[in-house]
Design a protein around this ligand. Structure first.
Ligand code: NHR
Length: 172
C-alpha cells in the first residue's frame, strides 16, 4: 500500500505493472485491484517441487516485462535459477539492520541480544538468504521496555518510508 501511494503521489517514476502472490488470500492482491493494478496468483501448493514453483513464478513475472521485481512479505526461499534470472533487478526489504539478524523473528532476536537500535534494510536478492548488497537502511532506537510487537510496529513504519525511497532511487 505504501508503494502504491508513493507511486500515486509521484514519489517514484516507474509504474506498478503487476502484483503477484503465492497465496490467493493475500490482502495485497485486494489492495492492488482496488487501484487498478493487474494481479496474479501462483500457488506453491500446486507444484511438486520448489523448482517447478519458481519456474512458473518466473514466467508469470516475465509476462509483465518488469524492470524491477520487488519482494514484499514474500516468504519462500528462491532457487539459484530464479535469482540468477532476475539478478540486479530483484530486491527485498528485510526487518533488521543487515548483516545483523538474517532470517526470521528478527524483532525478538534483536531485543534478546540487547541491541539498542534496530531497523530495516533494502537489499538485492542473491542466492544466499538476506546476504545481497544493501541499498539503504532505516533505523530506530529500541526502548528499555520494548516488546517484539511494539518494535515490529516501529520498524514497519520505517519500511513504509524506506521501500518507496529505494524504488525511487532505482527508477531514477
Ligand atoms: N531467496 C533468496 N534466494 N535470497 C534471499 O535473500 C531471499 C529469498 C527469498 C525471500 C525474504 C527473506 C526475508 O526478508 C527473501 C529473501 C523467507 C525465509 C524462509 O525461511 C527466509 C528469508 C526471507 C523469507 N522461508 C521458509 C522457506 O522454507 C518458509 C517460512 C514460512 O513459510 O514461514 O521458504 O526475511
Amino acid at each position: 500500500q505504501a508503494l502504491i501511494e508513493a507511486r500515486e503521489s509521484g514519489r517514484f517514476s516507474g509504474s506498478i505493472v503487476g502484483v503477484i502472490s503465492n497465496k490467493a488470500s493475500a490482502f495485497g492482491l485486494e489492495r492492488a485491484q482496488h487501484h487498478g493494478i493487474a494481479t496474479r496468483v501462483v500457488e506453491h501448493t500446486h507444484f511438486a517441487s520448489r523448482e517447478a514453483f519458481d519456474e512458473a513464478l518466473q514466467q508469470t513475472i516475465d509476462a509483465f516485462e518488469p524492470g524491477l521485481v520487488i519482494l514484499a512479505g514474500f516468504m519462500r526461499i528462491l532457487s539459484n535459477e530464479f535469482v540468477g534470472h532476475f539478478q540486479g533487478r530483484l530486491i527485498n526489504i528485510h526487518p533488521s539492520l543487515l548483516p545483523k539478524f538474517k532470517g526470521l523473528n528478527t524483532h525478538a532476536r534483536a531485543i534478546e541480544a540487547g541491541e539498542t537500535q534496530h531497523g530495516c534494510s533494502v537489499h538485492y536478492v542473491t542466492p544466499e538468504l538476506d546476504s545481497g548488497a544493501v541499498i539503504a537502511q532505516a533505523k530506530t532506537d529500541i526502548a528499555t521496555n520494548e516488546s517484539p510487537e511494539s518494535l515490529s510496529e516501529k520498524v514497519q513504519a520505517l519500511e513504509h518510508q524506506l521501500y518507496p525511497y529505494c524504488v525511487g532511487l532505482l527508477c531514477s
